[in-house]
Design a protein around this ligand. Structure first.
Ligand code: 7TS
Length: 408
C-alpha cells in the first residue's frame, strides 16, 4: 500500500495547522474522509435525497435503494449471512446500547455478564446500567501485565450464570488484539452469546463475523473513513428475532392500533425513525475505498507503522510505552517522564501535531496502568513514517521546553 498516494485522496491532510504541516495522529478518535466519501454524500443530497420506505415516488425509491445497497455492502464487508442482520445506528455506542437494552431485558438477578478491564466506556456503562436494572453482576477476564487478556481460566469465568460476554476486538489504548474467536468458542460451549466491540478492528483489519462466529458486532462508520453519525450493529438473525425493539416509532412497525403494535421484519424492527441515508451512502463509499486498498494491506501498513513507531519512540529518553508487542492495533499510548500528557499535547499542537491525551474513555484501564493519563498516537491508511519522526522530534522539543522553560 502506497500511503503517499492514498493521502492525496484526503483534502484535509493537505493543510498547515499553527503554521506547520498537519500531522494527524488521532485516527483512533476519528478518521479523516477521502474525497470519494465527501463526494458521495454531496451527490446524494444533490440527486437522491428523499425520505425512505414511505413515499412511492421516484426519489423516495432512489433513497430507499441507496440505503439498502449500503446495507448489503456492509453485510458483504464483514461477511454477514444476509443484509437483514445489519442494523444502521449512529455509532458503536448506540449499537452496544441497543443490545444492552433489548438483549439485556432478559437479565435477571444473579446473572453474570463477562467483560474485560480494557473496555471503552461505551462497552462498560451500558452493562453497568443493565446490571443495575436487573440485579445482574459484572465480571471481568483478567489482564496480563503486557496488556493482553489472560484467557487461561476462561472456562471457570464462564459459568452457568453467564448470559453474555462483551469485549473489544482491539483496545483503543493498548492496541491489544484480543483472541475473539477463541473466546467465542469457549462461550458457545456454554451456550453464551458474545458481543464484539469492533470500533477499533473493523476499520483496520479483515473482520469476518462468520469466521469469528460472534453473535453481535458493534461498529462506528466515522472511524473507517465514513461520515460521523452512521454506524452499524451486526446481529445473528435468531438473536435479533428474539429481541424486543430498542427505540420505537415510525418505520419499525408492521400493524398498529390504539392499543398495540406488531414489529416490522428485520432489520427495520430496530430502525425507528428516519435513518441517516446520506451517512449510509458515505459509509458505502468508504467501504469501496477500503476494499480497493484491501483490508489485509491496510492491516500490514499499520503493522509496519507500529513497528517503526515502537523503534523510534523507544529511542527517546524518558518515554514509557504501554501495550503488547506487535501484531497489534495502530495505536500507541505512552508517557514522557516529567511531562503531563496534556502539556505534551499543547506543545505538540503548536507543531501542528494532533494526538489524543487523557484516559481515552477507558478510565479503569488507565488506572490499571497506574497513571492518571496517557498520550496516544494512532495511525491509519494515510499515515506516513515521517509523521512518526515528527512526533519524536516534537517530544524532544517538549522535553527541552519543560526542562528550560524557554521556547526555541
Ligand atoms: N469502542 C471502542 C473500542 C472505541 O475506541 C470507541 C471510540 C468506541 C467504542 C465508541 O465509539 P463511538 O463512535 O460510539 O463514540 N474511541 C475513541 C477513542 O479512542 N478516542 O475517541 C473515541
Amino acid at each position: 500500500m502506497d500511503a503517499r498516494a492514498v493521502r492525496r485522496h484526503f483534502p484535509i491532510l493537505n493543510q498547515e495547522v499553527n503554521g506547520r504541516p498537519l500531522v494527524y495522529l488521532d485516527s483512533a478518535a476519528t478518521s479523516q474522509k477521502p474525497l470519494a466519501v465527501i463526494e458521495a454524500v454531496d451527490r446524494y443530497y444533490r440527486e437522491q435525497n428523499a425520505n425512505v420506505h414511505r413515499g412511492l415516488h421516484t426519489l423516495s425509491e432512489r433513497a430507499t435503494q441507496a440505503l439498502e445497497e449500503a446495507r448489503a455492502k456492509v453485510a458483504r464487508f464483514i461477511n454477514a449471512r444476509e443484509p437483514a442482520e445489519i442494523i444502521f445506528v449512529r455509532n458503536a455506542t448506540e449499537a452496544i446500547n441497543l443490545v444492552a437494552y433489548s438483549y439485556g431485558a432478559r437479565l435477571r438477578e444473579g446473572d453474570e455478564i463477562l467483560l474485560t478491564p480494557m473496555e471503552h466506556h461505551s462497552n462498560l456503562i451500558p452493562w453497568q446500567l443493565a446490571a443495575r436494572r436487573s440485579g445482574a453482576r459484572l465480571r471481568y477476564i483478567p489482564m496480563n501485565p503486557d496488556g493482553t487478556l489472560d484467557v487461561t481460566d476462561l472456562d471457570r469465568l464462564i459459568t452457568p450464570k453467564t448470559r453474555l460476554v462483551a469485549l473489544t476486538h482491539v483496545s483503543n489504548v493498548l492496541g491489544t488484539i484480543n483472541p475473539v474467536a477463541e473466546i467465542v468458542q469457549a462461550a458457545h460451549r456454554e451456550g453464551v452469546p458474545v458481543l464484539v466491540d469492533g470500533a477499533q478492528s473493523v476499520p483496520h483489519m479483515p473482520v469476518d463475523v462468520q469466521a469469528l462466529d460472534c453473535d453481535f458486532l458493534a461498529v462506528s462508520g466515522h472511524k473507517m473513513l465514513a461520515p460521523m453519525g452512521i454506524g452499524f450493529l451486526y446481529g445473528k438473525r435468531e438473536l435479533l428475532e428474539g429481541m424486543e425493539p430498542f427505540l420505537a416509532g415510525g418505520e419499525m412497525i408492521a400493524e398498529v392500533d390504539l392499543e398495540r403494535a406488531t414489529w416490522a421484519e428485520l432489520p427495520h424492527k430496530f430502525e425507528a425513525g428516519t435513518p441517516d441515508v446520506a451517512g449510509a451512502v458515505g459509509l458505502a463509499a468508504a467501504i469501496d475505498f477500503l476494499n480497493d486498498l484491501g483490508m489485509e494491506a491496510v492491516f500490514q501498513h499499520e503493522q509496519e507503522l507500529v513497528r517503526y513507531a515502537l523503534n523510534v519512540l523507544r529511542e527517546v529518553d524518558g518515554v514509557t510505552i504501554y501495550g503488547p508487542e506487535p501484531p497489534r492495533g495502530g495505536v500507541i499510548a505512552f508517557n514522557v517522564e516529567g511531562i503531563h500528557p496534556h502539556d505534551l499535547s499543547t506543545v505538540l499542537d503548536q507543531e501542528g501535531i494532533a494526538i489524543r491525551v487523557g484516559h481515552h474513555c477507558a478510565q479503569p484501564l488507565t488506572e490499571a496502568l497506574g497513571v492518571p493519563a496517557t498520550a496516544r498516537a494512532s495511525f491509519y491508511v494515510y499515515t506516513l513514517p515521517e509523521e512518526i519522526d515528527a512526533l519524536a522530534r516534537g517530544i524532544e522539543r517538549a522535553k527541552e521546553f519543560f526542562a528550560h522553560g524557554i521556547r526555541r
